[in-house]
Design a protein around this ligand. Structure first.
Ligand code: NAD
Length: 288
């Protein structure tokens, strides 16, 4: 049971944690913290938070669990703000989509990765943002990756694992490096491609017509281009090195695909499409 949970950044991710913990009756008080008054008022109306403040230092007072769910670009500032205000037995975790940058932020603020900090990332989300987007079942049967370091206190780790299990999630632990490589491929690259495809089509002269006749495939492929641009800018910059490697590799593959098409290489195209279909069908069978 978490007695007092402080959520810094009460959006889709932070708000859904609160709703899920409330549903499983595993949390007492929830204090929210953010910049937008309108969003915090809404969070209170929706029963996500019991009270709120705009000051992270005030939010963590008396908290036994602190969840940082702000965009990655706001992590370092938030860590500095709470630095001298955390209760001695508080556990702090985060939900940031890149782990190397959070580790770096901790090192800048604390000179080390404190033992009471458990870096985390729920592999769940939607393209919507803000408290209004939060829902209790977001994490049900979804995976949460934790990337404890050699310094992480085992009790802090098990309290964070427990919190996510109470939200309905399954836990996987891996290294920071491995997390950032995998997520560059499976999440950050697809978001880059969706943003870039929609942007390049929108800049074509006849874009009205293109979007008017766009069907289900376009909708499926581009859904994630409706995601929060600030959050995604932060994620891409935070994972710049690994994402650039993936993007360059993918650009090479795209050039090869273009050459296959230009050459009218029917067998070559079929091989690529069949390989892709088999891989996706295997993946879908695995998750359903
Ligand atoms: P969101 O936009 O829904 O919520 C973020 C909240 O943080 C907003 O309410 C915003 O007002 C607040 N905020 C922004 N800057 C702040 C600051 N300096 N101080 C206090 N509050 C601030 O975003 P989200 O989808 O909930 O994402 C939150 C975090 O979770 C991000 O780090 C993101 O990388 C990560 N994440 C997102 C997803 C996803 O699919 N949306 C999935 C997994 C992890």
């Amino acid at each position: 049971m978490i007695e007092r949970l402080a959520i810094i950044g009460v959006g889709l991710i932070g708000g859904s944690v609160s709703l899920a913990l409330r549903e499983s009756q595993s949390v007492g008080k929830v204090v929210g913290c953010g910049r937008s008054e309108e969003n915090l008022v809404r969070a209170k109306q929706l029963g996500i938070v019991d009270s709120y403040t705009h000051d992270p230092a005030e939010a963590v007072e008396g908290a036994d669990m602190v969840l940082l769910a702000v965009p990655l670009g706001a992590m370092q500032g938030t860590l500095s703000r709470i630095r001298d205000h955390l209760p001695p037995d508080a556990v702090v975790t985060d939900a940031g989509s890149v782990k190397g940058s959070v580790i770096n932020d901790l090192q800048v603020v604390y000179g080390e990765v404190p033992e009471w900090f458990v870096p985390g990332h729920p592999i769940a989300g939607t393209e919507r943002s803000g408290a209004d987007a939060a829902f209790a079942s977001l994490y049900r049967n979804r995976r949460v990756i934790l990337t404890p370091t050699g310094e992480t206190d085992t009790k802090a780790l098990s309290r964070v694992e427990q919190m996510w299990r109470q939200c309905g999630a399954e836990i996987t632990c891996m290294s920071v490096q491995h997390h950032d490589e995998i997520l560059a491929a499976t999440s950050h690259l697809p978001h880059m491609l969706a943003f870039s495809l929609v942007d390049s089509l929108a800049r074509l002269k006849e874009n009205d017509e293109i979007f008017r006749y766009a069907a289900g495939g376009f909708r499926d492929f581009t859904r994630i281009a409706s995601s929060n641009p600030v959050m995604w800018r932060d994620i891409c910059l935070a994972n710049q090195e690994k994402l650039s490697t993936m993007l360059t590799r993918f650009a090479d593959e795209l050039h090869e695909l273009a050459a296959t098409l230009e050459a009218g290489d029917s067998e070559g195209l079929l091989q690529i499409f069949e390989r892709a279909k088999q891989a996706r069908d295997r993946y879908i069978d695995g998750v359903e």
